[in-house]
Design a protein around this ligand. Structure first.
Ligand code: PEP
Ligand code: MN
Length: 360
């Protein structure tokens, strides 16, 4: 993976003046459904038409995809619209069938990337292919596992590689279906700046209302493209109904997104600044999130102290925390003055929270 520069070439060769767009339904349902969506996407920015043929469902008993039959429908899409096609493969048999049906781009789903055994089987089946292969992040936020999957494909001689960021599972409920953990995607880019990185706002949000904002963040962070689930009748889709958008909505989203192109010195400067600011925005959100969590714990401590009739302020403990944090801050390049000010403010907020609980 040392020369990830050559990975870019498949994307650069496309000569797009906008981010790469992959769109189409979560699942291929019927031939009519696939072709209708494809025709509606035909004269848009969409270069690759997606449709899941084999569907990994969390619980059994749901629609699990139409199977190999759907590959013929994708071939028709290519013939009738000229769009290239893509689908998810999860084992060697899928790979064989997809290659036989001349699918142009294969992606590996989040539930497959987690398993080095599955990744190795898929890599062996794909050995030497000149098709594009994109690897979704594993469901768990493990950068090494994601990179490991890509490395297995690279070792199998696959040249046209890329990655899809589709967010990560959490036990705790959040506003996302799969939290983006943007920091992890930023670290991914830093490690392999030349490996094309596509964002999948559909599986991150699980909610069509939030798709635009996630797309914009991704473009601000310099992602190379977007994969967006699209259906002419999202509410009645056989899988992932809440997150799909209509082709009309997709065009609107693409039109409204601010795309920062790198051309000329000033543009390059603005693009770099935009990217760094987007990184700061991600971190600021994390800071607020973490502080919120800290205060929730304070509330619980407040309730405990109330039960035991203990005073809010425990100055010994507070001095120990401060001393530790000053040292920790120093090792991260933060001045003692700043750490003191910040922790005094946090401490004050914590006391306010606990007093509220005690007085309740
Ligand atoms: C999909 O793209 O439809 C899919 C199943 O995605 P993921 O592997 O990200 O869950
Ligand atoms: Mn889906």
């Amino acid at each position: 993976m040392e020369n990830s520069k050559q990975m870019r070439t498949w994307l650069d060769d496309m000569n797009l003046d906008h981010p790469l767009v992959i769109a189409g339904p979560c699942s291929a349902e019927t031939e009519e459904q696939v072709l209708k969506i494809a025709h509606e996407l035909k004269d848009t920015d969409v270069s690759y038409f997606r449709a899941g043929i084999w569907k990994p469902r969390t619980r059994p008993g749901n629609f699990e995809g139409v199977g190999a039959l759907g590959l013929k429908w994708l071939q028709k899409v290519k013939e009738e619209t000229g769009m290239k096609t893509c689908t998810e493969v999860a084992n060697a048999a899928h790979v064989k069938l997809a290659l036989e049906h001349d699918i142009d781009l294969l992606w590996i789903g989040a539930r497959s990337t987690v398993s080095p055994f599955i990744m190795q089987d898929i890599a062996d089946a794909l050995e030497g292919t000149d098709k594009i292969v994109l690897v979704k992040n594993p469901v768990n936020p493990d950068l090494a596992l994601w990179l490991g999957g890509i490395e297995r494909l690279h070792t199998a001689g696959i040249k046209k590689l890329g990655a899809i960021h589709r967010g990560f599972s959490t036990y705790e409920k959040t506003k996302y279906r799969n939290t983006p953990e943007w920091q992890l995607a930023i670290d991914f880019q830093t490690k392999f700046p030349d490996l094309p990185l596509i964002n999948d706002p559909s599986h991150i949000t699980g909610n069509r209302e939030m798709i635009f904002d996630v797309c914009q963040t991704a473009l601000d962070l310099n992602f190379d493209g977007l994969m967006i689930e699209t259906h002419f009748d999202p509410d009645n889709a056989w899988s992932d109904a809440a997150q799909q958008v209509t082709p009309t909505k997709l065009v609107e989203i693409m039109k409204d997104l601010k795309i920062r192109k790198e051309s000329g010195q000033e543009e390059a400067f603005k693009a770099e600044l935009g990217k760094l600011r987007a990184q700061i925005d991600v971190i600021d959100n994390q800071v607020i999130d973490v502080l919120g969590k800290r205060m929730k714990i304070s509330d619980t401590i407040g309730a405990l102290k109330k039960e035991q009739n203990v005073a809010v302020l425990q100055s010994d403990r507070w001095n120990t925390i401060l001393g530790k944090m000053i040292l920790e801050g120093e090792s991260k390049g933060l001045s003692e003055e700043f750490v003191l000010k910040m922790f005094k403010a946090i401490h004050q907020e914590s006391i306010n929270h606990q007093e509220k609980v005690l007085k309740a």
